[in-house]
Design a protein around this ligand. Structure first.
Ligand code: APR
Ligand code: PHB
Length: 393
């Protein structure tokens, strides 16, 4: 098989890249190891920055997003039994977030690609990425029980943290920066109406809790748990009990409950691979970086990467201009480290770090009070949360 751009992975990064390239008249093939059902059902986060909503809208794949997405112009920080609203849009030039499940974005992008006649091969697992130090790299993949290969001019490694693309980079050519957090998130989906108009990020002595939502009938809640926590240690009633305890307020906040129909535990880590380009291999999204979910940035960072990459590839294929490709890694890494800092900062401020360290707890409390009491500090949170307008956008 031959194409211009071989895209490994049909997550948000790979699918959006394929979509943007299609609109720019650049041919691509998306190879995805799992089935279409699996990638469309995989429960992940669900907060879209203004910039993500804008690119999906500008490129014609936001119809359902605008019908079903929930626009939020604020969020609540809750601690010491009281809630404090951060007026995101008032503080960040009118920009807002939209709550819309990541798998819904994936569904919309797959539908758009197939409708436009674009190629996405499901159950096609890439096994090797080779020759990207030359101008005719290839991706070896297994599909239908057969070993096959895809020749191309450029490979986009959008295959997530555990994918084959980053692993294809010769040792020593890549630097990894990592931080593991001593906790994880237990996340649930429940048939319960949201208990608030906006998201509630809660700091409590019992640990962090987050109240989010997917629709007027479905909520998404998270609890800080131990990194090695076992799901079977958390029967539904214990989850609701702990959410109630952590999110309790002096004015009697009521958390609405309902049937839990999805439950999972997510490890918490920060990771960055530098650089994000190796010859004709370009890494994007989780293949190059992981953020803890506290800042709701994973999906949005993947989108930011492929916006830069799609423009650079268009310039390259249209007129042989390599400036965008040469600047891709540095350009993305500026946003990646800003977002890494914000996600680490939110995580450090809101989680019970080390139960035995009262000094740490006092620092957190002071930080929370400062963010909720200072216009300048609240603006910092707001502009990072809705998505910074860096010149890469
Ligand atoms: N061959 C083909 N496909 C692969 C391979 C492989 N060897 N390895 C992984 N994949 C596929 C996975 O099955 C997955 O569908 O690559 C896709 C990677 O998608 P994501 O993990 O969603 O990564 P990305 O598109 O970068 O999106 C980042 O996803 O994990 C969330 O929080 C994260 O929101 C962020 C977003
Ligand atoms: C979610 O709705 O899944 C969600 C919201 C905010 C976060 C993380 C996840 O910070």
């Amino acid at each position: 098989m031959e194409t211009q751009v071989a895209i490994v992975g049909a997550g948000p990064a790979g699918l959006l890249l394929g979509h943007l390239l299609q609109r720019a008249g650049v041919e691509s093939v998306v190879l995805e190891a799992r089935t279409r059902e699996h990638v469309e059902q995989r429960v992940r986060a669900g907060v879209l920055e203004q910039g993500t909503v804008d690119v999906l809208t500008e490129t014609g794949v936001a119809g359902r997003l605008h019908r079903e997405g929930m626009v939020h112009r604020g969020l609540e920080l809750r601690f010491g039994g009281a809630g404090h609203r951060i007026a995101l849009s008032d503080l960040a030039g009118g920009r807002a977030i939209t709550v819309y499940g990541q798998q819904e974005v994936v569904k919309d992008l797959i539908a758009a690609r197939l409708e436009a006649g674009g190629e996405v091969r499901f159950e096609a697992e890439a096994t090797a990425v080779e020759d990207f130090d030359g101008d005719r790299p290839r991706v070896r993949f297994r599909a239908g029980g057969e070993e096959q290969e895809l020749r191309c001019a450029v490979v986009a490694g959008c295959d997530g943290f555990h994918g084959v693309s980053r692993r294809a980079v010769p040792a020593g050519a890549l630097s990894g920066f990592e931080r593991e957090y001593p906790f994880a998130w237990l996340g649930i989906l429940a048939r319960a109406r949201p208990s608030s108009e906006e998201l509630i990020y809660t700091h409590s002595d019992r640990g962090f809790a987050l109240h989010s939502m997917r629709s007027p009938e479905v909520t998404r809640n998270y609890l800080q748990v131990a990194p090695d926590e076992r799901l079977d240690a958390w029967p539904d009633e214990r989850i609701w009990e702990e959410l109630r305890a952590r999110m309790a307020t002096d004015d009697g906040f009521e958390l609405s409950e309902g049937e839990i129909f999805d439950k999972g535990i997510t490890p918490m880590r920060s990771f960055v691979a530098e650089p994000m380009r190796f010859g004709r291999l370009f890494l994007a999204g989780d293949a190059a970086h992981i953020v803890p979910p506290t800042g709701a940035k994973g999906l949005n960072l993947a989108v930011a990467d492929v916006r830069v990459l799609a423009r650079a590839l268009r310039d390259f294929f249209e007129r042989g201009d390599e400036a965008g490709l040469d600047g891709y890694s540095d350009r993305c890494l500026r946003r990646v480290w800003r977002v890494q800092h914000f996600s680490w900062w939110m995580t450090s401020m809101l989680h019970r770090m080390d139960a035995g360290d009262p000094f740490e707890a006092k620092l957190q409390r002071s930080q929370l009070e400062y963010v909720c009491g200072s216009h300048a500090a609240a603006t910092t949170l707001a502009e990072n949360y809705v998505g910074l307008e860096l010149e890469d956008a």
